[in-house]
Design a protein around this ligand. Structure first.
Ligand SMILES: Cc1cc2nc3c(=O)[nH]c(=O)nc-3n(C[C@H](O)[C@H](O)[C@H](O)COP(=O)(O)OP(=O)(O)OC[C@H]3O[C@@H](n4cnc5c(N)ncnc54)[C@H](O)[C@@H]3O)c2cc1C
Length: 398
């Protein structure tokens, strides 16, 4: 039996749920359904990320990320205050560990100004007034709008809001395949109306079943944090100047909404897409595909990428990770950081033609379906304005 909806959204992460809510705003009477293969929403990246609302100064001005991060940070800050969800408006310091990094710090500052993000260029002394334990050479960037939220709480709240808005959130129900006009799910066939693919780690596969995204593959990168014990306290997030050749922001301190401190994250390729640890989620085909893509990245990325990969392997040592963080703040004691916490997995898109990791969000679609690819960091921060962009693209699809 086939039932019928107007909009079918695949994936109950932050992207899928915010898109569902945006579509509800625009189509008050439409039948909207979210398919989520897990027993709850937010079970993958959206419920397992660092919870940092980024301010928007890392991204090149021509990118969707640059346009959406600043607005997304402001939108979630207001939203958390309106709905009384946990948020810590702790700000962020970006610091240098050696003089040679000052140029990169300056470039970051200028990029922030181009992106119209509120930032201050401050002295090391002024940085210590914000966080007395911070280490920096000469200067630092202060980002007052960076904040911290609790991703799990937000995802539960969004799931409830969808239900209040009469959006059908079908947990424990997976998209299996497309068959002619219908969508086959683990709970039967659906006549889907318009399909929106927000399937995170599996978005490339869903896209291919609609003839989109054939040049891309998702490579999973696992990120884990070391949690400080209860006595460990910092006033603000502390980040290094990132290496602009690579997608990740480097080992940093994150302050949680409850005032806890964590160090990380690591960035190791998973052996398969949902490789959180042990053999859980093992799929043989996945493992072969991921190994092939990582092999290609290692070959085509050349010596800098291989050196970077090696430095990531070293971060699996707790002492090494704490040592790296200790370059950003004084009196960091490894014995205060013993709990690895729950890892998350980034769904990093790789372009098989260029052999490069893709930086920006990618949207591909037509008048039947829209595919959200590469919703990597900071898609959590961007989710509210990103949902409006997705809905606009659907409305203007050829
Ligand atoms: C370690 C880590 C730290 C991060 N830190 C930050 C941060 O501080 N700030 C920030 O802005 N961003 C951060 N991110 C990025 C952020 O978490 C993601 O960009 C965002 O969560 C992506 O949301 P999503 O909805 O696309 O993906 P997901 O949350 O992965 O949602 C996709 C959903 O689709 C479901 N699904 C997949 N296949 C199917 C199928 N066949 N049928 C039905 N359902 C399916 C999955 O079960 C999943 O629930 C971080 C990510 C990681 C991993």
């Amino acid at each position: 039996m086939t039932d019928t909806v107007d909009f079918l959204i695949i994936g109950g992460g932050v992207v899928g749920l915010t898109v569902a809510l945006e579509i509800r705003k625009r189509h008050r009477r439409a039948v909207i359904r979210v398919l989520e293969k897990e027993d709850q929403v937010g079970a993958h990246a959206s419920g397992r990320n660092s919870g940092v609302l980024h301010a928007g100064f890392y991204y090149t001005p021509d990118s969707l990320k640059a346009q959406l991060t600043r607005d997304g940070c402001a939108a979630w800050t207001e939203y958390h205050e309106e709905f009384r969800l946990p948020i810590r408006r702790c700000g962020k310091l970006v610091v240098t560990q050696q003089e040679t990094e000052l140029r990169g710090l300056r470039q970051l500052f200028e990029r922030g100004q181009t992106n119209d993000v509120e930032l201050e260029w401050i002295s090391a002394e002024a940085a210590r007034e914000i966080e007395p334990r911070v280490r920096t050479v000469e200067s630092a960037i202060w980002s007052p709008s960076t904040a911290s939220v609790d991703p799990g709480t937000l995802m539960t709240h969004l799931g409830e809001r969808c239900e209040q808005e009469l959006i059908q959130v079908c947990t424990g129900t997976a998209f299996v395949d497309r068959r002619a006009e219908a969508v086959v799910t683990t709970a039967g066939s659906v006549d889907p109306g318009y399909v929106i693919n927000a399937a995170g780690l599996h978005a490339d596969r869903v896209a291919r079943s609609y003839g989109f995204g054939s040049r891309y593959r998702v490579v999973p990168f696992r990120g884990a944090y070391l949690y400080g014990n209860n006595s460990e306290q910092l006033q603000t997030h502390i980040y290094p100047v990132p290496d602009s050749r690579f997608a990740f922001l480097g080992v940093h301190f994150t302050v949680t909404p409850s005032g806890g401190v964590k160090i990380g994250p690591t960035a190791m390729p998973g052996l398969w897409r949902e490789h959180y640890g042990g053999l859980g989620g093992f799929v043989a085909g996945d493992a072969v595909e991921v190994a092939t893509e990582v092999g290609r990245l290692l070959v085509r990325g050349g010596q800098p990428f291989r050196r970077h990969a090696l430095s990531e392997v070293r971060k699996l040592s707790r002492h090494h990770l704490v040592g790296l963080a200790g370059q950003l703040a004084e009196d960091i004691d490894p014995s205060d950081y013993t709990d690895w916490g729950r890892p998350g997995i980034r769904a990093q898109l790789v372009d098989r033609i260029s052999g490069q990791m893709v930086d920006d969000f990618v949207l591909e679609g037509d008048n039947e379906s829209m595919h959200i690819l590469n919703a990597v960091s900071p898609a959590f921060t961007c989710a509210l304005p990103f949902a409006a962009v997705v809905a606009d693209r659907i409305e203007s699809a050829p």
